[in-house]
Write a protein that binds this ligand. Structure first.
Ligand code: NAD
Length: 334
């Protein structure tokens, strides 16, 4: 049995996922949702998608009656995730939603509740949760090979271009670098340390207030504290290139990933040597694994469900609050 996927929002990332799915053995692109008729035609030609599986945002709710689609994969700008996920759930389809799952924890909770009510599963497009070198570090940590984990550092950023893009529009992005790229450090801190943080502190710096308007963060440094004293120190920015690095330090050893979350091969080493797990296109592995979760009830080593997405949103809310108040914010995740 193959997972039949409809992609919603045919932009840059949807193109990447569609390409990658061509190499999947358990997932297949069978439908599309787009507001642009010319894109629908192009995608139909490229991927052989029948007319009856093509939807606009006006006709989308009729997907309810389409037996050829198991899951809707939402890859629209951040601010639209909430409504699109709730609509897909109401149509009785499982939903995969891109990161960040929503703009804040309140929206995230509503999405989880809507999916629960509809009896469908909600997954978040956390592709790193299936990446082999990342999973090897997680395995080593679980097996105690680093000893007690003491410290994590996550550096995530790139220099963003076109000032008119939705990523720099507060209404569509919900914020700035933290929503888009800093979330990798937040999420990474949790799966690398293997625990949930209990407090955050955060500081924002802005060098270009014209490009990065009110509510759109350029650079935020934040710290996460874990129950047993482990600390994470992270940087999220839209103003520096070559910033894609995770470092985990424990009493008996370390792990270093650089690049740590980019699409290309992840590279890394630990105190025991180079990580040599072969690279596979992240989105291909992700979609095959998500097929296993949705169709066969498989449990991933690192969760990708709505509750996982919500925890990152709760941390994002707390980081913005810490920036605003200059104070430490306590976390109660879940
Ligand atoms: P994009 O701008 O390339 O694509 C967004 C698409 O949404 C466009 O096709 C646009 O036409 C469509 N859209 C639908 N309704 C819209 C509206 N009202 N306003 C504007 N656009 C609308 O962006 P992208 O880079 O593909 O990012 C899309 C989502 O995917 C974001 O949430 C982003 O965070 C996520 N993403 C995830 C990864 C990853 O590695 N997991 C990578 C890139 C992007």
């Amino acid at each position: 049995q193959v997972l039949r996927v409809a992609l919603m929002g045919l932009g840059g990332y949807a193109n990447r996922v569609a390409e990658a799915m061509q190499s999947c053995t358990k997932a297949k692109l069978t439908g599309i949702v787009s507001g642009t008729p010319s894109k629908i035609k192009d995608w139909q030609n490229k991927y052989g998608i029948p007319e009856k599986n093509c939807y606009s945002y006006d006709t989308f709710d009729q997907i309810k009656n389409n037996p050829d689609i198991d899951v809707v994969y939402v890859t629209t700008p951040n601010a639209l995730h909430h409504n699109n996920v709730i609509r897909a759930a109401a149509a009785g389809k499982h939903v995969i939603c891109e990161k960040p799952m929503a703009l804040n924890a309140r929206e995230g909770r509503e999405m989880i509740a809507a999916c629960k009510k509809a009896g469908v599963q909600l997954l978040v497009g956390y592709r790193m949760h299936f990446e082999p070198k990342t999973l090897e570090v997680v395995r080593m940590r679980n097996d105690g090979e680093f000893g007690k984990v003491l410290f994590f550092q996550g550096l995530c950023g790139f220099r963003i271009g076109d000032p008119t893009q939705w990523r720099l529009n507060k209404a569509l992005a919900g914020g700035g670098s933290l929503m888009d790229i800093g979330i990798y450090a937040i999420n990474g801190a949790r799966y690398m340390v293997g625990a949930e943080p209990v407090w955050v502190t955060a500081q924002e710096t802005k060098t270009d207030p014209v490009k990065f308007k009110e509510g759109v963060d350029e650079t935020i440094q934040f710290q996460l504290g874990f129950p047993d004293g482990t600390v994470a120190s992270c940087l999220s920015t839209y103003n520096m290139n070559n910033l894609d690095r995770f470092f985990l330090n424990g009493e008996k050893g370390f792990a270093e990933l650089q690049p740590s979350t980019g699409y290309g091969p992840i590279r890394g080493r630990t105190h025991k040597g180079e990580l040599t797990q072969p690279h596979k296109t992240h989105q291909t592995v992700q979609m095959d694994e998500m097929a296993g979760i949705l169709l066969e009830n498989k449990q991933p080593v690192v969760p990708v469900n709505g509750e996982e997405g919500l925890k990152d949103l709760q941390i994002i809310d707390a980081i913005y609050q810490a920036v605003k108040t200059g104070r430490r914010v306590d976390l109660h995740l879940g």
